[in-house]
Design a protein around this ligand. Sequence first.
Ligand code: FES
Length: 321
Amino acid sequence: MSGSEMHAVRVAEVESVAEGIKRFRLVPLNGGALPAFSAGSHVIVSMHGENGHVWRNPYSLISAPGDTSAYEISVLRAPESRGGSAFMHERVTPGSELAVSDPVNLFPIVRLGRKHILVAGGIGITPFIAMMQELTAQRAEFELHYAMRSAARGAYCDQLVQQYGSRVHLYRDELGEAMPLASILKQQPLGTHMYVCGPAPMIDWALKTGRAAGWPSENLHSEKFSAPPPGSSFTVKLARTGRDIIVGAQQSILEAVEEAGIDPPYLCRGGACGQCETRVIAHDGALQHNDDYLSHEEKASGEKIMICVSRTKGNSLTLDL
Ligand code: FES
């Protein structure tokens, strides 16, 4: 990853924290400290499977900001896992060795915010676990509104209620509990910020609700890392070297070019940060833009692509790489 160091870590603890969700505690392999991070940061975890296959997935850090003795992450085993989350659940045990990138924060707390409304859906709780610790340390005012399909699938619920009491509000689909976001947002003092993390439809709904309530866009924050969706296999032609690379049905363009020994820049690997933006020189089929970074106009122009999550429906794509 351009500009980022990788750190060798050993898995010190693995704990099942909810249905399909495990917590991993990672300590530096050779002792010492890991880089400091602020709440909302994620790291890229690099996993080496059999046959030289490498997965690199982003995970939010849930451990206490300021604690550099270990990083903790939570991993949901994705139902449509392309391998990474299944590898973490099935193969990674205490003593396993992994590598993690430097932390990157694309979802920071706005320090001057008068109050903070945290809206989580499912595994989207993860960045808020560190955020609540940081907000508590700052004596800042906050509320957590956490929606989940069922109590069994909600991670850390008891712990959060115990730690933060009435600031935590839980909504379980199985009990018909719906988050009254419009009325929650109506009651907030001027200068409040809302942060949302969860499934894409929930993020869209929360942002739309915020806008409808008259909140300025600079007070509405979201974090959405999209997993690269599978598709048909196609050829990427690298214009700078003249090389042709096959992108497999389950691979992203970024993964395919990395496998070929090329190291394009990236930060999030989830279509959010803009680091992997690449110029499209030619394509013989429709581009399938899966990112949340490019504007509608940029997507329609067909001149740029985010290679971490987007692909083509055609057979060939020529890139400025
Ligand atoms: S790496 Fe962040 S958008 Fe591709």
